[in-house]
Design a protein around this ligand. Structure first.
Ligand SMILES: Cc1ncc(COP(=O)(O)O)c(C=O)c1O
Length: 394
């Protein structure tokens, strides 16, 4: 790192330290496609998409141009006034969602989308209680935190909303937990933060059935899985269930902070005008970014590419890491892949970063999580796999 940046870096740590993850000393200053560049000009292959957000790669030209153009045209337009770009974005968004979800609320982050969905479920059902899953992660605001499982995120922040956490993939447990005072069940169809755990058909179908039978709503948290991450626009398309509410963020704005909840006509009927809202949500700036992002996913065939590249990457990782003693399991769907280890993942992540200039993510203490941009080329994939193999042999 250049000397000039050291005071800046330590100031950032001093000011933001309580709400950031522990990190190394590299200072990133630029991004392009699957690469991030540090202050010394070194290039790092980003197999994390900046926490699953840069699904189009960093600084995608179409999204960047749309943001610049909109910033020079009309950045702000409150929700009580019509806006051309917001209208176009709303239509484009509904166009890629499952057809039974014709309405949406626009906000700014994943947790805000989850909070919105929980509020809508209460309003629609007149009930208060939620059912979630062990190892589920849904965000850090009070509502989202209530349905999040991991005690390290929850401890010290209670009391939270009344939530029952059933074991993930336990169909019998969800059958018992959902009663006629349940407002909603919230589920990640593929759990992200806890290590790319795929839900079984039996579990998700039971969740949908008991919700339907007992008047509760089903919320799909697609904040990490949405926009092609799993090889379909949305992970619920793999399992064939129809959630009543679907939460989005990460890939939605092509890197611009944006969240949304899509919902059914039944939920819409329960919402009076202005029942929920957001000052910044649906700004023309965000909508221009989102519109460009949806155009890029579609025109560059990135959803299909995620399915194809993801299957290839999973197969190549399995082949390359077969017999490596540290590896317990390799699993994934689309470009959402976990390499579960028998050992701690932190030293592997450090070797990847320091020795190979490859950025990956942990998921818990022993899982290496890969969420590469959907534009990942074959050469970039090979480079990443070689680096992971070398880091595991070390
Ligand atoms: C599945 C899921 N839900 C919710 C969230 C929270 O999103 P945000 O950090 O934008 O609030 C995340 C973030 O990682 C997530 O992966």
């Amino acid at each position: 790192m250049s000397d000039a940046l050291v005071p800046l870096w330590s100031h950032e740590e001093q000011i933001l330290g309580g709400t950031t993850a522990r990190r190394g000393e590299t200072v990133f200053v630029r991004g392009e496609g699957c690469w991030m560049v540090d202050s010394d000009g070194h290039r790092y292959l980003d197999l994390s998409s900046a926490q699953g957000v840069a699904m189009l790669g960093h600084c995608h030209p179409r999204v960047t141009a749309a943001i610049v153009h909109q910033a020079q045209t009309l950045a702000l337009c409150p929700n009580y006034l019509y806006n051309d770009v917001r209208a176009q974005f709303a239509e484009a968004l509904i166009g890629v969602l499952p057809p039974h979800l014709p309405h949406a609320f626009l906000c700014n982050s994943g947790a805000e989308a989850v909070d919105g969905a929980l509020k809508f479920a209460r309003l629609t059902t007149g009930r208060q209680r939620f059912v979630s899953t062990t190892k589920g992660f849904h965000g850090r605001t009070f509502g989202a935190l209530s349905v999040t499982w991991e005690p390290k995120y929850r401890d010290g922040f209670g009391p939270l909303l009344d939530t029952t956490h059933v074991p993930f993939n336990d169909a019998a447990a969800i059958d018992v937990a959902v009663t006629d005072d349940t407002a909603a069940v919230i589920v990640e169809i593929v759990q992200g933060e806890s290590g790319v755990n795929l839900s079984t058909a039996a579990f998700i179908e039971t969740a949908a059935r008991v919700c339907r039978e007992r008047g509760a709503l089903l919320i799909a948290d697609e904040i990490q899985t949405g926009f092609g991450r799993t090889g379909r626009w949305f992970a619920c398309e793999h399992v064939g269930v129809q959630p009543d509410l679907l939460c989005m963020a990460k890939g939605l704005g092509g890197g611009f902070p944006m969240g949304a909840v899509a919902y059914t006509a039944q939920v819409r009927a329960a919402l009076s005008q202005g029942a929920h809202g957001s000052t910044f949500g649906g700004s023309p700036l965000a909508c221009a970014a989102g519109l460009a992002a949806i155009g890029a996913y579609r025109d560059e065939h990135l959803i299909e590419r995620s399915a194809h590249r993801g299957a290839e990457m999973l197969a190549r990782l399995r082949e390359r890491l077969a017999g490596v003693p540290a590896v317990r399991d390799i699993r994934g769907l689309g470009l959402m892949i976990a390499v579960e280890l028998r050992t701690k993942v932190a030293p592997v992540l450090k070797r990847l970063m320091v020795d190979h200039r490859v950025i990956a993510l942990p998921a818990g203490p022993t899982i290496l999580r890969l969420l590469p941009p959907l534009i990942l080329s074959e050469d970039e994939m090979t480079l990443g796999i070689d680096a992971i193999a070398a880091s595991l042999d070390a």
